[in-house]
Design a protein. Structure first.
Lengths: 494, 168
């Protein structure tokens, strides 16, 4: 009997819901479309199955290899280009093949354009340093040098005014033993005229190797001709052959370039702001926009750098509650008792006592209520990167983990628009609830523009993927959150 | 299929999750359907399996705890369900209300009820699928039925009270 009743009841349930139809939310189909599209991309034969594994690895190796080859090729070319450019700019030739006397004369004229005051200053900042041939490398004041010729003179680019110091030239010429064999001529293919000769050619960068030579044991006199710059050893003509000087010069040039190319640690720090969009492919959080502000510090050696700092961002989220409640169906007055008061004239007068009976629906109804909420996170990135600069412009690529920690959350209880007399049975949060900590991985590209030698403007896109489960409780179809952002910031170089 | 998902889910949001997950499986495994049996039946099995997987992954998070349902079904005597014999058309309970009653069942009860009543599985099959014993399956089905019957009885009773009141 009981079994029959169960069968009837089961049949009642089946028949009740046989044609039950409720349309799902419209957004569901677009979310499904997005998921199917992204899954179809990954399910192509190339990326699927065991062949897909080989395909994926091959692709990764190919992309990495090509990128490395491109980058390394660029770096080598750049270094080679710099070396070539420098060597082309200043080539060392033997004096025998040049009209050295006239070159020296003209060079001395250039040297004589230097300011008298600057010659007398004789400080590290002075633009002309006269060194005693008898004690090379030891600085003397200008007057001493003039009196203790022969000397070497080193000129820098900033002094090209027409304050001729004839004395310098005369002294140099007087003491110049007309070098012919032991003189080097450094020529340039660039055309220069007049006093501007010294500007592009005898600049600090080009002069450094020569200065370092003169600071050692072999002072070199540097001067320029129309399209030539000459370096002579005015006091050691008889002791050094041009080949020896050539070797020394080459060696010092090499050491100069080695120094320039040796890795040096450079520090910089900056601030940045970045709006970012949550790319979670389903759920209520899709498309939410966060604002992220960050400070960072960067240690750079050659092209590679390590960057860390702290960023703070507030992530908007939904606070969806599933409310189970009993709606009030209606009420009626239930007669409890009747009392009678005897009226001498009218007889017994009844008094009715009622109380209200409320009838609630036996079914617990459900309501989905949602309210905006937010969580604030602090992120600590540890990024490694590659930087490629050309002039004022530059590009950086950086990647690495970001440790994200929730520092505060604002999850207000949603307000339920139920009738006052409805009974709320339970209220359960059904939205994603974030964990305190999670781990992310960031990929970022920046375009950099040097506003000055100290300040650099940077901006560019980044993508952050969450790699640890960020949710304490997660909705079924909500994936790991990922973010796309655009960063803009300023960086100071120390 | 959304109706099927609603039966297995506690909320509409959860049902939509199941629907989405189920459709993804249907589309990605469409090649495995070889035309044997009805396509609808094949799809229903996929959605049921999706719900079972979901049950295994989230069985720790029940909307209403087992303790709560005991107060509804465990300790309450089963009321006589005379209304059952009046025929489905005469029972003043809408499909929407039946669905809501099923949805508020604890997840385990709801799963057993769905698999037994709507999918036609035996208790042994249900036990294997949900990793519970056959007796647990029978017990949960019994409690689910008792709860549903009592709730429907209350609805019928309340409806009658209100009708009587209005007639007065």
């Amino acid at each position: 009997m009981r079994g029959d009743e169960n069968k009837i009841f089961d049949e009642f349930l089946r028949s009740s819901l046989a044609n039950y139809q409720v349309p799902p939310s419209p957004g569901l189909w677009s979310a499904l479309k997005f998921k199917l599209f992204s899954r179809s991309l990954l399910n192509t034969p190339f990326f699927n199955g065991s062949a897909g594994l080989i395909g994926s690895i091959s692709t990764a190796i190919l992309v990495t290899g090509l990128t490395s080859w491109y980058m390394v090729g660029k770096v080598d070319n750049r270094i080679a280009a710099r070396d070539t450019a420098t060597h082309k700019q200043i080539s060392v030739v033997q004096a025998d093949t040049f009209q050295t006397n006239s070159a020296i004369k003209e060079g001395i004229e250039i040297a004589s354009t230097l300011k008298t005051d600057e010659i007398k200053t004789n400080s590290n900042k002075s633009t002309i340093e006269l060194r005693s041939s008898k004690a090379p490398g030891i600085k003397h004041n200008a007057a001493d040098n003039l009196n203790n010729t022969p000397t070497s003179a080193i000129a820098s680019s900033t002094q090209t005014k027409n304050h001729k110091k004839e004395t310098v030239a005369r002294e140099l010429v007087k003491n110049d033993p007309k070098p012919t064999k032991n003189q080097l001529v450094i020529s340039s293919k660039e055309k220069r005229t007049g006093s501007s000769l010294t500007q592009p050619l005898i600049n600090k960068q080009n002069l450094e190797p020569l200065m370092s030579m003169s600071g050692r044991s072999y002072p070199i006199f540097l001067a320029s001709a129309n399209d030539q710059m000459i370096a002579v050893n005015p006091f050691g003509w008889n002791s050094l052959s041009s080949d020896e000087i050539l070797d020394i010069l080459k060696k010092d040039l090499r050491s100069h370039y080695d120094y320039a190319r040796s890795p040096k640690l450079e520090w910089s720090a900056g601030i940045a702001a970045s709006p970012e969009w949550l790319l979670t492919n389903s759920g209520n959080d899709f498309g939410k926009k966060n604002m992220l502000t960050s400070v960072f510090v960067r240690a750079k050696r050659q092209h590679f750098f390590l960057e860390t700092g702290i960023s703070v961002y507030t992530e908007k989220t939904s606070n969806t509650q599933n409310v189970n409640y009993l709606p009030l169906l209606g009420s009626y007055q239930n007669l409890d008792s009747v009392t009678f008061v005897y009226d001498p004239q009218g007889g017994p007068q009844p008094t009715y006592y009622y109380h209200e009976i409320k009838i609630y629906d036996s079914i617990i109804h459900m309501a989905e209520v949602s309210q905006n909420a937010s969580c604030t996170f602090a992120g600590i990135p540890v990024l490694v990167g590659y930087s490629y600069d050309f002039g004022r412009h530059g590009f950086t690529f950086k990647t690495g983990p970001v440790f994200s920690y929730m520092i505060s959350k604002n999850l207000p209880s949603p307000e339920f628009s139920l009738l006052n007399e409805d009974k709320i049975i339970t209220s359960v949060n059904t939205s994603n609830v974030r964990n305190k900590m999670n781990l992310q991985w960031k990929f970022e590209m920046n375009y950099q523009y040097a506003l000055s030698s100290r300040v650099t403007l940077l901006f560019g896109p980044y993508y952050t993927a969450t790699i640890s489960q960020p949710y304490e409780r997660k909705k079924l179809n909500s994936g790991l959150p990922a973010y796309f952002g655009t960063k803009a910031g300023l960086m100071w170089n120390f | 299929m959304f109706g099927v998902c609603l039966r297995y889910a506690a909320t509409k949001v959860e049902a939509e999750d199941l629907l989405q997950e189920g459709f993804l499986k249907v589309f990605t495994h469409i090649k495995s359907y070889r035309g044997q049996g009805s396509f609808e039946g094949w799809m229903r099995r996929i959605f049921a399996n999706t719900a079972i997987n979901h049950f295994h992954s989230t069985s720790k998070h029940q909307i209403i705890s087992v303790e709560n349902i005991e107060t509804y079904a465990g300790d309450i005597e089963e009321e006589p369900a005379d209304w059952l014999h009046e025929g489905p058309d005469n029972i003043p309970v809408t499909p929407d209300k039946v669905m809501k009653l099923i949805q508020v069942l604890p997840e385990g009860y709801r799963m057993v009820l769905n698999l037994y009543v709507f999918e036609g599985c035996t208790h042994r099959e249900i036990g294997e699928m949900l990793q519970i014993s056959e007796n647990t399956s029978k017990s949960q089905l019994s409690k689910a039925r008792r709860y549903l019957k009592n709730q429907i009885s209350n609805i019928v009773e309340n409806e009658l009270k209100l009708v009587e009141h209005h007639e007065r």
